[in-house]
Ligand binder design. Structure first.
Ligand code: FAD
Length: 366
């Protein structure tokens, strides 16, 4: 009998739990433990359109308890606070310890807010998503009481663009609103193709979202930017890229230069064969793989197959990331921009296409 521990209910582990449910009879002599701080997983792909008012929160969440039950997994409602790879042991925030034979980490990432720590609670980090959404509801409530509202989103990736556009759309029906996007020195969507960047720049312009060059650094007066100006706002949202949680950094695993868990093409730790990782928390040396939900989703069945192989069920497989995954950016109203390789397209129908993809994803795990 072996103990397999799944940490986090991210995109990849949703697939793993589904796979385990299909092999439940064979898994019966093993122990599967699933650790998650929450019984519901917020799906990031739908968060911007939820902010824009097109979805209820319940449309964007996946219930984790039924998935765990179907997989025959013991559900532990807690967060992992430490991982000791030498003793093969996890310590939870409840101080309970759990030993494993094989552990898989799909815990996402934290928002990197270094340099942005502000006094009071002016700054919201986009992760964890559920906490962010609660704070967003507070933004809506306080905007109702103000004749004008100024919101600054800091970041240059897809999430920052989507959040700025969603916020602009939602707040403009409540009050006079100014939304500004502070982008890093390397620019906006620096890893995307030029045609997507052009479309997004034009759309931000049409939507009235101003863009300024960072880097943003918090000062006692507000947010300092490259040209020496200080930006003052009612709230700041940080969508400033990912970093690994501290407890992961202290685990003794091998990391890449940015502190993410170095994995091989089987998504197994390069230093410790009993540790697997998928999604934002891991990093591949052999291929370029952006931190995105798309890769977390596609790596899921691979990690699932490899964990089953550890238990003598089937054979291990490798994950070959798609060179050109499809990305669709929600623009606030029911309008979206899609990019695939060097190609891009936009329109209302693109939003409905995204809506179909996202709802299908939620349905698959419901
Ligand atoms: C607004 C926004 C929009 C986005 N849109 C897209 C998009 O359209 N397409 C795309 O590809 N990417 C998108 N992304 C990026 C995407 O969200 C991430 O890359 C993706 O969520 C990573 O998935 P994951 O499976 O690694 O982890 P997550 O989906 O973040 O899940 C991690 C899980 O682990 C749990 N967890 C965390 N810490 C612990 C712990 N210590 N112990 C136990 N459990 C823990 C969390 O509760 C959570 O359930 C977007 C991001 C944002 C912020």
């Amino acid at each position: 009998m072996k103990t397999v521990v799944l940490v986090g209910g991210g995109h990849a582990h949703l697939s793993v739990l589904r796979q385990f449910s299909r092999h439940r009879a064979k898994l019966a002599r093993h122990r599967v433990i699933f650790i998650t701080p929450s019984t519901r997983q917020f799906y990031s792909g739908m968060l911007p359109s939820c902010m824009a008012g097109h979805y209820d929160v319940s449309d964007c969440q996946i219930a984790l308890e039924p998935l765990a039950a179907a997989a025959g997994a013991e559900l532990v409602l807690a967060s992992v606070a430490a991982l000791n790879v030498h003793e093969k042991r996890l310590v939870l925030d409840t101080e309970e310890t759990i030993s494993y034979d094989v552990v898989s980490l799909n815990i996402g990432s934290e928002t990197d807010v270094a340099g942005l720590e502000m006094s009071g609670d002016k700054l919201f980090a986009v992760k964890p998503l559920a906490t962010f959404f609660q704070l967003w509801l507070r933004v809506l409530a306080e905007a109702e009481l103000k004749p004008t509202y100024r919101l600054v989103v800091i970041g240059g990736g897809v999430a920052a663009v989507e959040l700025a556009l969603a916020a602009r759309h939602a707040l403009s029906s409540i009050t006079r609103v100014e939304v500004e996007l502070i982008i890093p020195e390397r620019g906006m969507l620096s890893l995307a193709n030029a045609s997507l960047r052009d479309r997004v720049r034009a759309y931000l312009d049409r939507a009235g979202v101003a863009m300024r060059q960072g880097p943003g650094v918090a000062t006692s007066a507000g947010l300092g930017i490259a040209d020496g100006q200080i930006i003052i706002a009612d709230r700041f949202i940080a969508a400033t890229g990912a970093r690994a949680p501290k407890w992961v950094s202290k685990s003794g695993l091998e990391f890449d230069a940015a502190g993410f868990i170095a994995v091989d093409d089987h998504h197994r730790s390069r230093s410790h064969a009993t540790v697997y990782a998928a999604g934002d928390i891991c990093s591949r040396r052999d291929v370029a793989m952006q931190r995105s939900g798309v890769h977390a989703v596609y790596a899921g069945p691979v990690v699932g197959a490899n964990l089953l192989a550890e238990l003598g069920i089937g054979l291990p497989i490798a994950y070959a990331p798609k060179r050109h995954p499809l990305y669709i950016l929600a623009c606030g109203p029911r309008y979206a921009i899609a990019a695939w390789g060097a190609w891009s397209v936009e329109g209302r129908w693109v939003w409905f296409w995204k809506d179909w993809i996202d709802r299908s994803f939620i349905r698959r795990f419901s």
